[in-house]
Ligand binder design. Structure first.
Ligand SMILES: Cc1cc2nc3c(=O)[nH]c(=O)nc-3n(C[C@H](O)[C@H](O)[C@H](O)COP(=O)(O)OP(=O)(O)OC[C@H]3O[C@@H](n4cnc5c(N)ncnc54)[C@H](O)[C@@H]3O)c2cc1C
Length: 375
């Protein structure tokens, strides 16, 4: 392989947008992607902004980091608006998101959450049942109220991925299927070695390989503690009910949205069975539990057939993005988006591109430096 200004490891949403940004600025970029388990190919297309109850419940120790990152989510959805205008359509809609409460306790939880989120600049409001009637008359009668976050939205990630990749290729980015085994310092630059024995040299490397970033940083005196999390998804046939919003629940794991085709995408973090580098296995209990919950919240969905289920690999860390140069190997830039990583992906990808051009992103991404993992 030839010498390149920049090698991006990982061709998910972060790597693709990073590469596109550098190429548009005139840099030569090569993306190396192993083609395995990209969260960007498996995700639900929810543009998240409000704190997800699932995250607070499952990872309470990480919730403060996500809360501190809320302003990033606002910037991330504004960037998605911009990308949709330049490279879309991605079937993107930003009508807001509703987080539902079935009990007064859940409603109180949402009130407290909304008050905290408003302090970070989110456009949030608590709706009682009568307030919900005009926005979402299809909800089950037992739904007492909801938090409406007007900043949220949804898109079709398959459209967004394809269009952004095409734009990057048009700007000159070369995508190659290869698994990177190691990145090493070599003179003033870096040597990138792939599993098939090939090597290429680059001035800089962006590690945008999500769950795979930990293995590549291990030899660089700073281990980035990313973990793979296998998650379940479903999509139904088209339904008659018109659902404008992204729907979530105050206590249960669910995201539910409608694509332009009328199909309902149901997910929200039900587990799948991880199988290392192989695609995760769908668990019947996740399929049944996830769609049963959807049918309880939106009764008209109960008659729809599930056309497809799948499982994909999410990347988790400590709740914040991981973004910045490695101290012992400053040519290497880590770019891992954090919770709701598809939403944050373009923002983190663009920032990684700016860092590669010599800018300092630490003010725009407070607390996100990989230095926090230096022991
Ligand atoms: C089922 C599911 C639903 C989700 N739903 C949402 C949602 O609705 N909204 C949201 O905001 N987020 C969602 N997420 C999270 C989101 O998809 C991810 O956080 C995001 O896509 C991560 O993007 P990325 O570019 O950092 O990494 P990825 O998209 O995971 O891409 C990383 C790429 O790096 C490659 N790679 C890894 N190691 C190497 C190596 N050594 N050499 C070469 N290539 C390598 C992988 O093969 C992969 O292609 C969901 C995740 C899952 C699994």
């Amino acid at each position: 392989m030839k010498r390149t200004d920049l090698v991006v490891v990982g061709g998910g949403i972060v790597g693709t947008v990073a590469a596109l940004s550098v190429a548009e600025a005139g840099g030569s970029v090569r993306v190396l992607d192993s083609g395995e388990n990209a969260g960007s190919d498996a995700n639900a297309g929810s543009l998240h902004v409000q704190l997800q109850s699932r995250f607070i419940r499952l990872f309470p120790e990480k919730a403060p980091n996500v809360e501190a990152s809320l302003p990033l989510y606002l910037r991330a959805v504004a960037l998605w608006d911009n990308l949709e205008a330049r490279f879309g359509p991605f079937q993107m809609v930003r009508n807001g998101g509703l987080m539902l409460a079935e009990t007064t306790e859940q409603l109180r939880f949402l009130e407290t959450k909304a008050a905290r989120e408003a302090q970070h600049g989110l456009n949030v409001e608590i709706l009682d049942r009568s307030g919900l009637e005009s926005l979402a008359p299809f909800l089950g009668q037992h739904i007492l109220g909801a938090e409406l976050c007007r900043d949220e939205g949804k898109l079709n990630p398959l459209h967004a991925n394809a269009r952004l990749k095409a734009a990057a290729q048009q700007a000159g980015v070369v995508f190659t299927r290869a698994t990177v085994r190691a990145v090493r310092k070599s003179g003033a630059g870096l040597q990138v070695q792939t599993l098939d024995g090939a090597e290429c040299s680059a001035e800089q490397v962006i590690l945008a390989n999500g769950w795979g970033a930990g293995a590549l940083t291990r030899g660089m005196n700073l281990h980035v503690p990313v973990e793979a999390e296998a998650l379940h998804m479903n999509i139904t046939e088209a339904g008659d009910t018109k659902i404008d919003h992204l729907i979530q629940h105050a206590e249960r794991s669910i995201t539910l949205k409608q694509f332009q085709t009328g199909q309902i995408v149901i997910g929200g973090g039900w587990p799948a069975k991880g199988r290392g580098l192989r695609v995760p296995e769908v668990l019947p209990e996740s399929l049944l539990g996830n769609v049963a919950l959807a049918g309880r919240l939106v009764p008209s969905l109960a008659g729809l057939r599930v056309l497809r289920t799948w499982a994909g690999v999410n990347t988790t860390a400590d709740g914040r993005s991981i973004l910045g140069r490695l101290p012992d190997c400053p040519g290497v830039i880590v770019a891992v988006p954090g919770d709701a990583g598809y939403t944050l992906g373009p923002l983190v990808g663009q920032a990684a591109a700016r860092i590669s051009a010599g800018h300092d992103a630490s003010e725009d991404f407070p607390g996100c430096t990989p230095l926090r993992f230096a022991s």
